[in-house]
Design a protein around this ligand. Structure first.
Ligand SMILES: *Cc1c(COP(=O)(O)O)cnc(C)c1O
Length: 406
């Protein structure tokens, strides 16, 4: 008899977005004329920019002739894209990363999940709380999380590091030694960042403990403040203790097109093994590369026109984030994030739980948000709003909130 991976049976249902959809559908059934504004799910809405589309069209045409046809490409990504990444995302910020430390993929979610292939089941994993659920669930699938405790809403073997207003959204070093540490800056869901000094504490910790930091920089392009690293490799010592995930999804609207990359430095060695060589072995065995057409599109964001065009789209979302932050603050709410992120993390009114506030906004303002509790126990007392929507709808949402009587 085939035996299945029993860890899957331990996973709690993906309750958060199903429950949001369920509550929204029920409300809309009773109020079919309600004009709902979606500020919940973290997906972009603006179209791909012209430079990207043109490059993709040209790449499609390449595929139509035998001279320019592209079959299997390098599993690690085409040199035209890896070199553009090295030059623009790293060298331009004074960070020395080589092209063979860049692994292009179909997105950061797969890489964040697949990276677990390189690690033994016997590692202590630490995550921030609240957290992007992918980090936790993929470790649970691999058997590193222990058992799920329904009452406490956490896994017995995972180290949770609360990030809340009380600690300025910077996790304290864990009491129990952690081997693998996930950090996300700018953070999904809190929209907050780790500045240079805060990140350096973690790099030093990881080097002292021979731990590895898995650094998710999917929202790096939203950083506006100085002194906030765009890459963990801006911090001295990070090359011996960190792997970084990047994505074109939020940067350039690739959530549907699919492209990202992972940086695995050659200096990163544990148990005498090069993590770069291991990831290369893993990718060449299990992955046949991202699509040529999509990689051509991704490379176009590094051209002068492409850079300007994606900046314009990012500015559209940044303006929405400002509208949300200022609108909520004017209505008397305490908010975090937004400045370096498309996410706004809003404190619920005194004494109100995050699902209760979600329901209130749903029914009284017809705005769909995400309850913070869905991202982990320390998310209780907050909701997340996203700046990825339509500008007019975003303004309308803030007017509705201003008129609420709380
Ligand atoms: C959106 C997102 C990603 C990017 O995922 P893709 O698979 O590249 O679309 C990665 N990490 C976080 C935290 C995200 O929110």
């Amino acid at each position: 008899m085939a035996k299945v991976n029993e860890n899957y049976a331990k996973l709690p249902g993906s309750y958060l977005f199903t429950e949001i959809a369920h509550r929204t559908a029920r409300y809309m059934e009773e109020h079919p004329d309600a004009k709902m504004i979606k500020m919940g799910i973290g997906d972009v809405t603006r179209p791909l920019v012209p430079a990207v589309l043109e490059a993709m069209h040209d790449a499609v045409n390449d595929m139509s002739t035998s001279e320019n046809f592209h079959g299997y490409g390098p599993e690690q990504g085409y040199d035209f894209l890896r070199n553009a990444i090295v030059e623009n995302d790293f060298a331009a910020r004074g960070v020395d990363i080589a092209a063979d430390e860049i692994f292009v993929s179909d997105g950061a979610k797969s890489d964040c999940g697949n990276i677990g292939d390189l690690f033994d089941v016997d590692n202590v994993v630490a995550v921030c709380d609240p957290v992007y659920p992918v980090y936790v669930d993929t470790n649970a699938m691999a058997g590193r999380a222990g058992d799920y405790d329904e009452a406490a809403q956490n896994w017995t073997n995972i180290v949770y590091m609360p990030t809340t207003a009380e600690n300025g959204f910077c996790p304290a070093l864990p009491e129990r030694d952690a081997d693998i540490i996930y950090l996300c800056s700018p953070s999904n869901p809190t929209g907050t960042v780790l500045n240079f000094d805060q990140l350096k504490v973690w790099v030093d910790y990881a080097n002292e403990h021979d731990a590895i930091i898995l650094f998710d920089a999917a929202y790096e392009r939203f950083i506006t403040e100085e002194n906030v690293p765009h890459s963990i490799f801006e911090v001295p010592g990070a090359k011996t203790c960190a792997i970084e995930f990047r994505s074109f999804s939020k940067t350039a609207g690739f959530t549907g097109a699919r492209c990202g990359y992972t940086v695995v430095p050659k200096d990163l060695v544990r148990d005498g093994q090069s993590l770069n060589a291991m990831w290369n072995r893993r990718q060449t065995t299990k992955f046949n590369g991202a699509s040529y057409i999509i990689q051509r599109g991704a490379a176009a964001i590094y051209t002068p026109e492409g850079k300007q065009q994606i900046e314009d789209t990012l500015d559209y979302y940044r303006a929405n984030a400002r509208v949300i932050k200022e609108g909520l603050e004017a209505a008397g709410f305490t908010v975090f994030g937004a400045v370096n992120s498309p996410y706004v993390w809003c404190k619920t009114p005194e004494g109100m739980g995050s699902w209760e506030f979600f329901d209130l906004l749903l029914t009284k303002a017809n705005i769909i948000t995400t309850p913070g509790a869905g991202f982990g126990p320390s998310g209780e007392g907050y909701i997340r709003l996203t700046a990825f929507g339509d500008a007019e709808a975003t303004k309308e949402a803030m007017q509705r909130i201003a008129q609420l009587e709380l």
